[in-house]
Design a protein around this ligand. Structure first.
Ligand code: ARG
Length: 277
């Protein structure tokens, strides 16, 4: 049954948000972004988290880094340890040191990555293991690195549809036992792994996936997700969670939604249950 816990998130205001390059199929440089709308939607998202009792820490936006609003990509963090990001595309790489410095300032031990990984875009902590995506951005080598960094088991999943280029565009962890995902985004072998590991998962359809409805943020009870994902909202409610619809349509122009704009500091205040080398 759904179980709420207070969360801590890192967000970055979309002060310099734009679509100046196209590194995923959602980005169209010929259609200008309405930045004021993006800022207003982002403010609502932040207020939504705060109204649910969560803590939001703000990362300072840097001019010239139009994707910095997508903080999920900046690192993987569990407890007092983080694995910094190493971006696939050089245009985003300057975001990585900004995240490392910020997390270090919070007292988190940030490890430098060797292989390409785009943080929580491709790594999802379930409380038992890390679900790890690859295929478009994060490399398979990074799955080994994340396993070594945190000392927890990793379940490797392969993405096959370029529209769902990060794991968090096609899969969402609702609580330690329940996930929601869009099967066509995964290779056949990965679909089998998911079906065996999560027989009770919520399966999203095309229409919900196409508005990035799975790019959602759960606190174990409330699930913040794109309002346009109407069927998914209903399925999430049937499963005993409370959907909190938000409009993040302007961020979608960059290929991201609520989760992309949210880096979670998992279990930040809780003592670590394991010691990883
Ligand atoms: N424009 C960004 C990129 O392509 C969007 C990142 C979305 N983030 C995410 N966690 N899926 O890198």
């Amino acid at each position: 049954m759904a179980q709420y816990s207070v969360r801590r998130y890192v967000m970055c205001p979309p002060a310099h948000f734009a679509v100046e390059y196209a590194i995923n199929p959602w980005m169209d440089t010929s259609r200008p972004v309405h930045r004021g709308r993006a800022v207003a939607q982002w403010e609502r998202l932040r207020e939504t988290y705060e109204a649910l009792g969560h803590q939001v820490d703000l990362l300072e936006p840097i001019p010239g880094l139009p994707d910095m609003v997508f903080t999920a990509n900046g690192a993987m963090v569990i407890g007092d340890r983080a694995l910094g990001a190493r971006f696939r595309e050089s245009v985003r790489e300057p975001e990585a040191p900004a995240h490392r410095e910020f997390l270090t300032g919070l007292g988190i031990d940030v490890r430098l990555p060797q292989a390409v990984n785009e943080g929580q875009g491709d790594f999802a902590w379930t409380g038992r293991h890390i679900l790890a995506g690859s295929g478009f951005r994060t490399s398979r080598e990074a799955h080994v690195e994340v396993e070594q960094t945190f000392g927890v088991p990793v379940l490797a999943l392969e993405l096959v549809d370029p529209r769902f280029y990060h794991l968090d565009t096609a899969l969402c962890v609702l609580d330690s036992d329940v996930i929601a995902y869009y099967p066509p985004a995964f290779s056949e072998a990965s679909r089998r792994i998911l079906a065996e590991g999560y027989p009770d998962a919520i399966l999203a359809g095309d229409d919900d996936a196409q508005v990035l409805g799975l790019n959602a943020v759960s606190d174990g009870e409330h699930v913040v997700l794109a309002a346009q994902a109407e069927k998914l909202c209903a399925r999430i409610a049937e499963a005993g969670f409370t959907p909190i619809p938000v409009d993040v349509s302007e961020l979608l122009r960059g290929g991201g939604g609520a989760k992309c704009a949210t880096l979670e500091l998992h279990d930040h205040n809780r003592p670590r249950a394991h010691t990883a080398g």
